[in-house]
Design a protein around this ligand. Structure first.
Ligand SMILES: Cc1ncc(COP(=O)(O)O)c(C=O)c1O
Length: 355
């Protein structure tokens, strides 16, 4: 087990449960309710999902993001078909091969630019061997919103991918583990940064925005057979919660008002503040566009251990020739300006001592 201080910039899922979401769990803890989603909390949560993502869309609640991705992709591909994704996509590098195991399908990783985004041009280059029985058949494109480097796909960028998909017989999946942060950054509704732009299957993140646990697969209107089969696939994938009311109560609280937006705007603002302060420290270089709740920065490798003693964070890359490490600093609903001040002051001190 890695020991880390109790506050820091490790990840938004290192934060606790948002108090209003915890309160929703407590409110749901009255008396009995039927299991497996046959309860009023789930009925209300599913209505909130349909209001949020559009009439006819269908949501399926699960425990975690890896399962949401696997189940969403299961609606789109068969074993001889492949998923095109960024080479650093969570499904490619951080899910222990779960998609390959459970889908039986190949993932085709694609190198992106600094912004971490897939583009129609990058996809086009992979569309080879279609119809050739010796070749795996590209069938789904998977994008992450926000991307793994903290950038945000604009609606027109998603629409461009979706229209390429339509014209080439492909389907579009979005890993929306941080869709709330993306939509808040764009100033649009959740649907406008996802399903409304032609996404066929969405993994919608709950945990990183403050739930105890809970993610959802949301299928577009008209998903037909995929939607009717997903109930069975979820159970077979061991993701049907018996006490579903507690997952549902959190989603109801997140989506019924604008709590998702409130939390995301705060986390995003804290990342912007952190980036602004960090840029003023000689020796620190913010290395990626800061668009939501993540800041990536290069700093001297020698300072890293000490820098993260008080405020833990992850290092995502090493550049040994330059003696630099790339850090990822993430903010959450509970990140405070004074923590940022203290962290940046410590960085300034450490880097000054090195000069
Ligand atoms: C982009 C992305 N997708 C999905 C997930 C969800 O993964 P988990 O299975 O840990 O809930 C994460 C979590 O780190 C993530 O960053």
């Amino acid at each position: 087990m890695r020991s880390s201080p109790n506050r820091g910039f490790a990840s938004d899922n290192a934060a606790g449960i948002h108090p209003r979401l915890l309160d929703a769990i407590l409110q749901a803890n009255e008396g009995h309710a039927l299991a497996y989603g046959e309860d009023p909390f789930t009925a209300r949560a599913l209505s909130a999902f349909e209001r949020t993502f559009g009439e006819g869309t269908k949501a399926f609640l699960v425990f975690n993001g890896t399962a949401a991705n696997v189940l969403a992709l299961q609606c789109l591909v068969r074993p001889h078909e492949a998923v095109l994704c960024a080479s650093h996509a969570h499904i490619q590098v951080d899910e222990c091969g779960a998609p390959e195991r459970f889908l039986g399908s190949k993932l085709i990783p694609i190198a992106t630019g600094q912004d971490g985004k897939l583009t129609p041009e990058l996809i086009e280059r992979q569309l080879r061997g279609i119809g050739d029985q010796h070749r795996v058949q590209p069938r789904a494109i998977s994008i992450s919103q926000t991307t793994e480097v903290g950038t945000v796909y604009r609606p027109e960028e998603i629409r461009a991918l979706s229209s390429l998909a339509r014209s080439r017989g492909l389907l579009l999946h979005m890993d929306g583990a941080r869709l709330s942060n993306a939509a808040a950054a764009l100033g649009v509704a959740l649907a406008e940064a996802s399903l409304g732009c032609g996404v066929d299957a969405l993994s919608f993140g709950g945990t990183k925005i403050g739930l105890l646990a809970g993610e959802a697969v949301v299928l577009r209107d008209g998903a037909g057979e995929a939607a009717s089969e997903l109930r069975f696939q979820r159970k077979q994938a061991m993701q049907l919660a018996s006490k579903m009311r507690f997952v549902s109560a959190q989603f109801e609280a997140l989506l019924s008002g604008e709590l998702w937006k409130e939390i995301a705007l705060h986390a995003n603002a804290m990342a912007a503040l952190l980036a602004e302060k960090a840029r003023s420290v000689p020796g620190v270089r913010v290395s990626r566009p800061v668009e939501a709740n993540a800041v990536f920065a290069l700093l001297p490798s020698r300072s890293v251990e000490e820098a993260r003693r008080e405020h833990f964070f992850h290092v995502v890359a090493e550049l040994p020739e330059q003696g630099l490490s790339e850090a990822r600093w993430m903010t959450a609903f509970d990140t405070r300006p004074d923590e940022i001040e203290a962290f940046v002051a410590r960085l300034r001190e450490l880097l000054a001592a090195e000069r």
